[in-house]
Design a protein around this ligand. Structure first.
Ligand code: ZN
Length: 102
């Protein structure tokens, strides 16, 4: 399992993204990349209005989104992690197929 933290171009900790991958050598197709975002803490009175809207089923026509802007350095880190993940999955697949042929 490998972790990577990507910082938003605005440097806000609320936009920090955690990318994790885990290669399952026994079942390569079960390997995954996980992307997690941290929910920002708000005071109770700032949470109550969205909570009321949620309970009564209000939906914005755009959905509920936030964003993290990755600069070139962060994109390079993400690219390197995904490249390593793909390489490890392919290696696990080739090991699995070599076991099946023997
Ligand atoms: Zn940001």
């Amino acid at each position: 399992m490998s972790n990577l933290y990507l910082e938003c171009a605005c440097s806000s900790n609320e936009h920090l993204v955690k990318v994790t991958y885990d290669v399952d050598s026994g079942i390569p197709s079960a390997s995954f990349v996980s992307i997690e975002v941290q929910l920002s803490k708000q005071s109770w009175y700032r949470r109550i209005w969205p909570a009321i809207k949620y309970v009564f089923g209000y939906e914005s026509k755009y959905g509920h989104w936030d964003e993290t802007l990755l600069n070139l350095q962060q994109v390079g880190k993400l690219h390197a992690l995904l490249h390593t993940f793909s390489k490890e999955v392919e290696e696990a697949k080739s090991l699995e197929s070599s076991k099946e042929t023997t």
